[in-house]
Ligand binder design. Sequence first.
Ligand code: G3D
Ligand code: MG
Length: 188
Amino acid sequence: MQGSSYFLKIVLMGEGAVGKTSLRNRYMGKGFKTQHLMTIGADFSTHRQLIDGNAVTWQIWDLAGQQSFQSVRQRFFKGAMGGLLVFDVTRPETFMALPQWIEELWRNSGRGVVPMVLLGNKADLKRAVSKKQAEEYAKLLSRTVQQYGFTMQYLDTSAKTGLNVKEAFELLGRQIIQAIQSGKLNLA
Ligand code: G3D
Ligand code: MG
């Protein structure tokens, strides 16, 4: 079966030091290049992956440092087809901050509600947020997003050991492609 080609901008979201850049680096492997957009304070890098026979070219956006200017953040999120929503399982406050990130993505994407995958990173360390808590939150979010053609899934990850890193990107890609194919997510 012949798959399709997709060029997908996605954003890494979550509080400082949860491991966003480390997850990206782990996924991309050694020797990749990033482009720095000084005016936005963000980097992006591209990576290709075959997902269920579809040729996906990711453009992965990552905030360099903690950017707080509203105008800058709007440009960061604009055009995003989806996001990896990351918290640190050792720091509950990073879990509590997730709703603000979701709201910001959906408000600024220019596409409305777009897919996300929830990641509890640093699963190699002693955790303070349980897997059950995170899964329940994902289930709750799923009820909100199912009308848009996707579900919200949760994965424990570790940028240190590599646990579920590739899987996280694959899951997100699958959700985005599904939403596009069902006509609920606009590529334009
Ligand atoms: P950010 O991009 O979200 O701000 P970083 O976060 O990727 O810069 O990571 C912040 C710190 O957490 C880094 O430590 C990094 O090595 C560490 N880290 C990231 N992911 C993991 C993980 O899965 N497990 C463990 N044990 N540590 C992780 P330093 O000390 O370099 O600041
Ligand atoms: Mg970073």
